[in-house]
Design a protein around this ligand. Structure first.
Ligand SMILES: Cc1cc2nc3c(=O)[nH]c(=O)nc-3n(C[C@H](O)[C@H](O)[C@H](O)COP(=O)(O)OP(=O)(O)OC[C@H]3O[C@@H](n4cnc5c(N)ncnc54)[C@H](O)[C@@H]3O)c2cc1C
Length: 394
């Protein structure tokens, strides 16, 4: 067997992507991260640079459709690297590149892809996905109350979607384009809803979030919103399959964000513990501090290995990885939060202020235990899937 195999950066292309992103993050993402968190402001110009200078808005989209033609491992690399510096900005990237762009690329017809992808790949448009509602989160499908009523060649959408990342780009302006799930008489269906459509409005911009403050979050409101049949993705009532297919990649990339948070937190605490002197010696000589550092490293490496192993087996075009995409999100969310927490502890008072980043990473990490599926949802799904197996996968 080759000794050269690198689970985390398996090919030259992956190496190039990671190196390019590290430079981009250091030069452009890092200098703005603290300020955009403080102001709860989305950096639209920086998002557009991801298209122009890194070319990753369609990282998983086939090249013939204008994308990067890469795999789930590449998507993981993008989210891990961006989240070492600014998870809030990365969440906006995820909502666009994974929840909107990847979903359209995999599930839309050719003519829909021609209409809805190019401006999203160039960064002219910012997109998102609306599944959650004020009264429907974990039970998204069962409790969904947004309706799609056929009328002639159109559908009329009524209801609202809550917590939508990129739902707005600032306090007053909507994002550009959304995949919206709504209940038609035949069942849950998927529609592309564009800014400017009659009956489509920004409800509230959600402010005062604990973390992920550089990502814009909004409520979207549909009042007899007229959506042409040409904007229906797939058939009426067949959303659940492509919803699930996309959610697997969402969970995997959210897990990758947790890796970025954990890695940065570990680097900060390790460097600090080497330099900080107490009782005449560097604090990394104290056993309790060593526990924080070593425990964090081992948990991070275990989580990282799990994520990249799931990524390398994930087929972007087919569902079938539910249990392990739930698994990586379950592990990485809490690992990220715990490692950021330990970093704060190791830094003492300095960990409690923005300069060293870890308090922001700690606040951002908490979202991973809720958004894209709560910890309890992952536990419920894994236990259900396991209960159907005689033996664990070998
Ligand atoms: C910053 C942010 C960004 C988001 N972005 C998006 C987005 O872009 N698009 C989108 O569609 N959604 C988005 N969401 C919504 C997110 O996915 C939901 O918040 C999440 O799925 C949980 O739903 P809920 O908040 O309604 O909580 P609920 O589902 O009401 O859950 C409340 C509590 O009950 C528990 N619970 C519920 N059911 C069960 C059960 N069967 N067994 C055990 N416990 C249970 C939950 O785990 C949780 O602890 C975002 C949320 C946030 C905070």
């Amino acid at each position: 067997m080759s000794t050269q195999f690198d689970l985390f950066t398996p090919t030259e292309e992956h190496r190039f992507l990671r190196d390019t992103l590290r430079r981009f993050v250091q030069d452009h993402v890092e200098p703005q991260a603290i300020e955009h968190d403080r102001l709860e402001k989305f950096n639209l110009a920086l998002y557009r640079r991801l298209a122009d200078e890194v070319g990753i808005l369609g990282v998983t989209v086939p090249e013939e459709m204008g994308g990067g033609g890469m795999d789930a491992t590449a998507a993981v690399i993008c989210h891990e690297e961006l989240s070492t510096s600014d998870p809030g900005f990365c969440l906006a990237y995820l909502a666009h590149a994974i929840l909107y762009v990847n979903n359209v690329a995999v599930n839309a017809s050719e003519s829909q892809r021609d209409r809805f992808l190019p401006r999203a790949l160039s960064g002219e448009w910012i997109g998102g996905m609306g599944m959650s509602e004020p009264g429907a989160g974990t039970d998204a499908v069962g409790a969904m109350s947004t309706t799609a009523t056929p009328e002639g060649d159109d559908f009329l959408l009524n209801g609202s979607k809550m917590w939508i990342t990129n739902g707005c780009i600032n306090d007053t302006e909507l994002g550009d384009v959304f995949l919206i799930y709504a209940k038609a008489p035949e069942g849950v269906s998927t529609f592309v809803v564009e800014k400017g459509m009659e009956g489509f409005a920004l409800g509230q911009r959600i402010k005062g979030k604990t973390g992920m403050r550089a990502s814009p979050t909004a409520e979207l409101v549909f009042t007899n919103c007229r959506v042409p049949r040409a904007n229906l993705i797939g058939e009426v009532g067949d959303s659940v399959t492509h919803m699930m297919r996309n959610l697997e990649l969402e969970r995997l990339t959210l897990a990758a964000m947790g890796l970025g948070i954990a890695r940065r937190s570990l680097e900060v605490m390790n460097a600090y513990a080497r330099e900080r002197i107490a009782f005449g010696q560097p604090i990394n000589r104290f056993g309790q501090i060593q526990t924080h550092i070593a425990q964090s490293y081992a948990e991070y490496m275990a989580a990282r290995s799990y994520v990249y192993n799931v990524a390398r087996n994930l087929n972007l075009n087919q569902p079938g990885n539910r249990m392990d995409t739930d698994g990586v999100k379950l592990i990485c969310a809490t690992t990220a939060k715990n490692v950021a927490d330990r970093a704060m502890q190791v830094l003492g008072g300095y960990g409690y202020v923005s300069e060293y980043h870890v308090e922001r990473l700690w606040r951002d990490a908490k979202l991973l235990e809720i958004g894209g599926g709560t910890l309890e949802a992952h536990q419920k799904n894994i236990a259900r899937d396991l209960s159907r197996l005689e033996h664990l996968p070998s």
